[in-house]
Design a protein around this ligand. Structure first.
Ligand SMILES: [Zn+2]
Length: 757
């Protein structure tokens, strides 16, 4: 084996990894001088900028400003708009009044319509909503402008809906799907979303049936950077989903595609979801989906996109979106096992394979899996001990999270190299047997339990080809073997990053295990490397370098601010008040109010929050004069053995939200502001009854039906997000290296009142 071929093969392997990431999304973006009929990211950015000036959640002042902006931009393209307004009970009992913006480009034919979908509200209360979902609004506005600039008419109607109150409970989507006259005729939805501020837009199919027709048409529409795979599709199908598109699928059996970017999750729902931080190439990627799909599906027959059959699909450089039916899974698996066994027997006959050697070959592979598995599993808890501030990052993905992924990936590589170095007397042909066996076992398991992941067989086939070469040639061409590692590197390396990015750093174990599994598939090449010890050392040094980089970025700066929280809670029944926070690691700003005097709360009510976060600490506070809500009892009558009660809550100050908890166990019926809540919800609900995101200090009218002798006890929390701007308080401004913690009621003044009937 010539020295330079070792170096060259290593470069090829590294190049393939690099390529696999480069090919996921555009690496530059279109400028303002792009032709009028093309999507321009720079033009789209002007919309993002206009939308993301202020938080624009339901009930906020900027909410209407953003709506007016979108309407006027639509009018500029010559489209008529319609506003749909109404209360819905929302997902998770989040009542709110949504105001949807709806428009239509009339088609020349009479087929089903294509729907372009995104939401324009931002998340309460601090998010600027540049990515979520300003990017979606901008993508659609710029896309239809480009589409209409040619003056051509589409064959299918193109309906465009900018929903409202998505962030609260998908209320706008519920309102549209269940009440709008156009729902009946929709054939397909393209939904644009964001769960971070960068990275590739991931295509996720949403369907009640199989995906085969959707995938075939998607591949035929030929977007430039198709990014998505059936593993995510299968996982997504098993989890409870909550995008606007889910409402279309569940309530109206309408399917479609989500295009959502999920990188830089730490910006999600925070004030850092701003114009500057939205990755320009990400916006380009969203546009690069919309344009070809808009042209394609505005002509395609949208009546027959339903199917019972599922397809495997995965994005691969050069080949774009590889796809084939689920029915191929078993034959491919059987062929792979047969080829493997035949080659194995053939190798024994040829005396290339020795059983003891094979056994020894299992050692470094299994040990690597075990050690890297343990390191990956305990990695995140260990980091939280080193850096307690990470507890307050509710996203579970820190600003330096990408460095940590690199640390653990290189550490895994180092462990593999050093263990394989201990077994360097084992011939390469015997080393490949362990990883191939484990891969085929994994492929067999996913063929049963997680069919969408069955594209894992593709790298295994390439591994079998290498196995064949190794049996037949004692001095194989290392370059050829490196090329046979491409399927493993192209398909699997982005997944090393995707798992912790998608599911949080707590899933680091997926990254370390996958790194070992990929390493195993590279043994046909790496087995020939003489200096494994040196390579192990090099990998450790690189891991260490990334760890130092992560440490340098572990502090809090205006670019990487620490999320914190502060609330003032006034108990109107006891006449006492206290400060409260969710923070585990208390910073100087919070400690002005909750410091030495902090106590553990005995708080029963947890306000609606994404991760069910409760107060960590409270402290006594000086009483301020805060107006209580007026609670008026209306009728209270017994009808057919049931007690019917009406209560109206009227705010006496500027509020954003009302959370109502009920100690009453059995509630047979609930209606709030005329909107009934489902029986299923009332059965499964626990302490919380509902919450109402209040627009314009609207009243909350509650009608309850309970068993005749049931006592009613409601705990009402009236919430205003004005703690920092309220005249009665003089809270110093938040330091620049902190931001309001997302996903929880924060920067708020709360009034608690118990109401018994
Ligand atoms: Zn969103």
């Amino acid at each position: 084996m010539k020295k330079y071929s070792v170096a060259l093969s290593l470069l090829i392997l590294i190049g393939a990894v690099y390529w696999s990431f480069e090919a996921l999304m555009p690496q530059n973006y279109s400028k303002a001088d792009a032709p009028a009929n093309e999507f321009s990211t720079e033009r789209a950015l002007t919309h993002v900028k206009a939308i993301s000036q202020e938080p624009h959640y339901v009930g906020s002042e900027a909410h209407k400003t953003v709506r007016d902006y979108i309407v006027s931009e639509l009018h500029k393209t010559g489209l008529q708009t319609e506003i749909q307004e109404g209360y819905t009970s929302g997902d998770w009992a989040n009542l709110s009044k949504a105001v949807n913006i709806i428009t239509k480009i009339e088609g020349t034919g009479n087929g089903k319509a294509l729907l372009l979908l995104t939401h324009y509200d931002s998340s309460p209360h601090s998010s600027l909503g540049a990515s979520d979902a300003g990017s979606g609004v901008a993508t659609i506005l710029e896309g239809i402008r480009a589409f209409l600039s040619e003056g051509k008419k589409p064959e299918n109607d193109i309906i465009i809906v900018f929903t409202d109150a998505e962030e609260l409970g998908l209320n706008g989507a519920q309102l549209f799907v269940n009440e709008h006259r156009w729902t009946q005729n929709i054939g397909l939805v393209l939904n644009f979303e964001a769960r971070g501020s960068g990275g590739p837009g991931v295509m996720l199919v949403e369907t009640n049936g199989g995906n085969s027709e959707l995938i075939k048409h998607f591949a035929e529409a030929n977007p430039k950077f198709p990014m998505g795979n059936s593993l995510a599709y299968s996982v997504y199908k098993m989890m409870p989903n909550d995008t606007d598109l889910t409402v279309f699928r569940e309530d109206a059996n309408i399917e479609g595609f989500n295009f959502a970017f999920i990188d830089d999750h730490f910006d999600y729902h925070t004030v850092m979801d701003n114009y500057e931080r939205l990755d320009r190439n990400t916006l380009e990627h969203q546009g690069s989906y919309l344009m070809p799909l808009l042209h394609y599906f505005s002509k395609a027959d949208l009546t027959n996109l339903k199917s019972d059959e599922d397809y495997i699909f995965v994005n691969v450089p050069v080949f774009k979106l590889i796809n084939y039916p689920f029915s191929w899974i078993t034959p491919m698996l059987v062929i792979a096992w047969i080829v493997f066994i035949v080659l194995f027997l053939f190798g024994i006959l040829k005396r290339e394979i020795g059983l003891l050697e094979v056994f020894k070959g299992f050692m470094p592979f299994l040990l690597s899996l075990i050690i890297c598995g343990i390191i990956g599993f305990y990695g995140w808890p260990f980091l939280k001990v080193l850096y307690p501030g990470y507890h307050d990052n509710l996203h579970g993905f820190t600003y330096n999270g990408y460095f940590y992924i690199a640390v653990f990936a290189f550490l895994s590589v180092a462990i593999c190299f050093s263990l394989y170095n201990k077994f360097k007397e084992v011939k390469t042909v015997n080393l490949i047997i362990a990883p191939l066996t484990i891969w085929l076992i994994i492929c067999t398991l996913v063929a049963v339990y997680l069919k969408g992941a069955s594209f894992f067989i593709l790298p295994a086939f390439a591994g079998l080809a290498s196995f064949y070469i190794l049996i037949n040639q004692s001095k194989p061409n290392l370059i050829l073997l490196s090329l046979l590692a491409f399927p493993a590197l192209w398909i699997l390396s982005p997944l090393v990053q995707m798992f912790p990015v998608g599911l949080g750093l707590k899933m680091m174990v997926a990254a370390t295990l996958l790194t070992v599994l990929i390493f195993g598939l590279l043994t046909p090449v790496l087995g020939f490397y003489k200096r494994k010890g040196k390579l192990a050392l090099l990998a450790v040094i690189i891991a260490l370098g990334y760890f130092i980089a992560a440490h340098v970025e572990s502090g809090y700066t205006p670019d990487r601010p620490k999320p914190n929280s502060l609330l003032y809670v006034y108990n109107a029944d006891t006449g006492k008040a206290h400060w409260a926070t969710y923070d585990i690691s208390i910073d100087p700003w919070v400690s002005q109010y909750i410091g030495e005097n902090k106590q553990q709360p005995d708080q029963k009510d947890k306000f609606s929050s994404k991760y069910n976060t409760g107060f960590s600490f409270i402290s006594d506070a000086v009483l301020k004069e805060i107006k209580q809500p007026e609670i008026e009892k209306g009728s209270d009558t017994i009808i057919n053995g049931k007690r019917h009660v009406e209560i109206c809550i009227n705010p006496q100050r500027n509020i954003n939200r009302l959370e109502v908890f009920a100690n009453t166990k059995r509630i047979d019926q609930l209606e709030v502001n005329g909107i009934p809540f489902s029986k299923e919800y009332l059965k499964k609900r626990e302490h919380k009854l509902f919450n109402h995101q209040v627009s314009h200090n609207m009243y909350t009218d509650i009608k309850l039906v309970v068993p005749e002798n049931e006592k009613i006890e409601l705990t009402v929390y009236e919430i205003s997000n004005d703690l920092l701007s309220n005249d009665r308080f003089s809270i110093p401004p938040r330091p620049k290296n902190t931001i309001p913690m997302p996903f929880v009621v924060n920067d708020a003044v709360l009034v608690k009142k118990i109401f018994k009937l």
